[in-house]
Design a protein around this ligand. Structure first.
Ligand code: KIV
Ligand code: ZN
Length: 559
């Protein structure tokens, strides 16, 4: 960046509030939510939504649980007027949902807004005018007094219309560009408007304090909200509403801190759609609360539906790394992350508390699956491959077997140079461990007899088998402490193999065919090097015999 360009910019002034209290506060309940997707969001689209798309979006919003929805700016656009009419005339507004319409402080526009609302059981009329120093000086060339007069005049017309409206009208006022407005002036104009509307604690007005352009760090917005709340009269007659835009990328943080500062209500959009960098993302805010154990009173349990409807209606796409909803947010590529997630998931299954490294939310709570959590690419390690084998195929690889399998998968990903689907992980396991080809192949295996050795207090098994050794049939027979031990003895004594059985694990396979078992066997060669194999069969003994031969085959071909 060129240093001389810095001279163009000025730091944003601090709010004088040394005894601020919000840093010690916490968010403990959901605020009132108001979706402005159909107004602020829609007005920022390259291709605004058509009627059908607006209806689909409205349905999505009510299904999510929004009770207040700004449906448009009906006096400014025919489409928005018509849409408001369709909602009312076709009776599409659920009983417990209130539609909201934006209007400037101009009499004809206000009257048109009320016409658009005709027949609605309830509505919020949202009045705004710009109050910032910059807009007063540069755009409107009006004094503070004139700006107040504009707002107050608008409020009067609204009150007059509302008094004769056949339905319940609530009021909202926004000093637009609040964050560019001197605080004392913002307060003065809001109180002047409130004087006209005469709210009561039972029928409060909404005072919406927009960060129309985000100009400072989030703590400054919180200071402004705390200052406003502390200094306003009739606090109990107003719901303080937030409406943060995201110019600095911190709208979510600003809104969270401002809620800590005492605000009651939040306006925003799904995925932060809206002018320029957008509005605050309501889904992120709600799910942030959810992950703290706070009921957000919005339902994002089917996040894929939200993504699909949003993408279809707005023709925008959700970024793959968008919090909670992006395609890649429940995916870990790095081996150490995969390993930690895998261990965390096992721990959760034991105590039920969600504490999984790298995953602030259980993907299942938003309708995403565990299967999509771990993907295998060249940065993945043993943990990821073992995790896939466990979660998707039901194989619980012994810990000591994982590094070797991790190396095999690493080679595989290096070869394809791309992400590995889980089926490819399984295929590699099957090729390397289950069907390991080499010098030995089982033809038949029988347990002849099992009995107790009374001297040693051990069970003894007599077995016979026919094995192909380097293509030649070899009949074997031996006794041992169980069939596997007997078979090892037979291989050593009758076929002259040199190895030690070092590890044996088995479990039932619960995925796929439920009646099978898998055995994992490690043998040590004459130099003490370990070789793993695995076998699957409906008979647990045969699965161990197969596993042993796989391990021996890998030993014999040296891989
Ligand atoms: O961002 C803004 O200030 C607005 C107002 C109209 C509330 O959208
Ligand atoms: Zn806005």
């Amino acid at each position: 960046m060129q240093a001389d360009k810095l001279k163009k910019y000025r730091p944003y002034p601090q709010v004088q509030l040394s005894d601020r209290t919000w840093p010690d506060k916490r968010i403990t309940t959901a605020p009132g939510w108001c979706s402005v997707d159909l107004r602020d969001g829609n007005q920022a689209l390259i291709q605004p939504m058509n009627l059908e798309e607006k209806i689909e979006m409205f349905r999505l919003l009510t299904d999510i649980g929004f009770k207040e929805i700004e449906v448009g700016f009906p006096s400014a656009s025919k489409v928005e007027y018509d849409f408001t009419r369709v909602l009312i005339d076709r009776n599409l507004i659920p009983e417990d949902v209130t539609i909201q319409a934006l209007t400037q402080a101009r009499e004809p526009l206000i009257r048109k807004t009320f016409q658009a609302f005709k027949g609605a059981k309830q509505g919020i009329v949202h009045l705004y005018n710009s109050t910032s120093t910059l807009q007063r000086d540069v755009v409107f060339k009006m004094s503070r007094k004139e700006i107040i007069e504009l707002g107050v005049q608008g409020a009067r017309v609204i009150r007059e219309e509302a008094d004769r409206f056949d339905g319940d009208i609530r009021y909202e006022y926004s000093p637009e560009s609040f964050t560019g407005t001197e605080l004392d002036f913002a307060l003065e104009i809001c109180e002047a408007v409130m004087d006209v509307w005469e709210p009561t604690p039972a029928r409060p007005v909404v005072i919406n304090l927009p960060s129309t352009v985000e100009m400072a760090t989030p703590n400054v917005y919180a200071d402004q909200i705390e200052w406003f709340i502390r200094n306003m009269k009739n606090r109990d007659c107003a719901l303080i509403s937030l409406h943060a835009h995201n110019d600095r990328g911190t709208a979510v943080a600003a809104t969270e801190l401002a809620l800590m500062a005492g605000a009651d209500r939040v306006e925003g959009t799904l995925f932060g759609n809206g002018e320029r960098t957008g509005n605050v993302d309501l889904m992120t805010l709600a799910l942030n609360m959810f992950t703290q154990g706070i009921d957000p009173e919005l339902d994002f349990s089917n996040i894929n539906r939200v993504v699909n409807v949003y993408e279809r209606c707005t023709k925008l796409s959700v970024h793959p790394r968008h919090p909670y909803a992006g395609e890649l947010v429940y995916t870990a590529f790095s081996g150490s992350h995969q390993d930690a997630i895998s261990k965390g998931m096992d721990a959760v299954q034991q105590d039920g508390v969600w504490a999984v490294p790298y995953l602030p939310i259980d993907p299942e709570d938003v309708g995403r699956s565990y299967e999509s959590i771990i993907r295998i690419n060249s940065q993945s390690g043993k943990g990821g491959a073992a995790y896939i084998m466990d979660r998707e195929f039901g194989y619980k690889l012994p810990r000591e077997m994982r590094p070797g399998f991790g190396r095999i998968i690493q080679q595989e990903t290096d070869k394809v140079g791309d992400e590995l689907p889980s089926t490819a992980v399984y295929k590699a396991f099957e090729r390397e461990y289950l069907l390991a080809a080499g010098c030995y192949q089982l033809k038949t295996f029988n347990v002849l007899k099992r009995h107790m050795d009374q001297h040693q207090d051990l069970s003894v098994a007599d077995v016979e088998a026919v094995v192909y050794v380097d293509g030649r049939e070899k009949a074997l027979q031996a006794s041992g402490n169980g069939p596997l031990d007997a078979f090892c003895t037979a291989l050593k004594e009758d076929a002259g193999l040199d190895f030690t059985l070092h590890a044996y694990h088995e479990h039932a396979l619960t995925k796929g065919s439920s009646s099978k078992a898998v055995s994992y066997i490690e043998v040590l060669d004459s130099k003490g090097e370990g070789w793993w194999g695995a076998g699957v069969d409906t008979d647990i003994i045969i699965s161990s015999i197969k596993g042993l031969l796989s391990a021996l085959n890998r030993m014999c071909v040296g891989k």
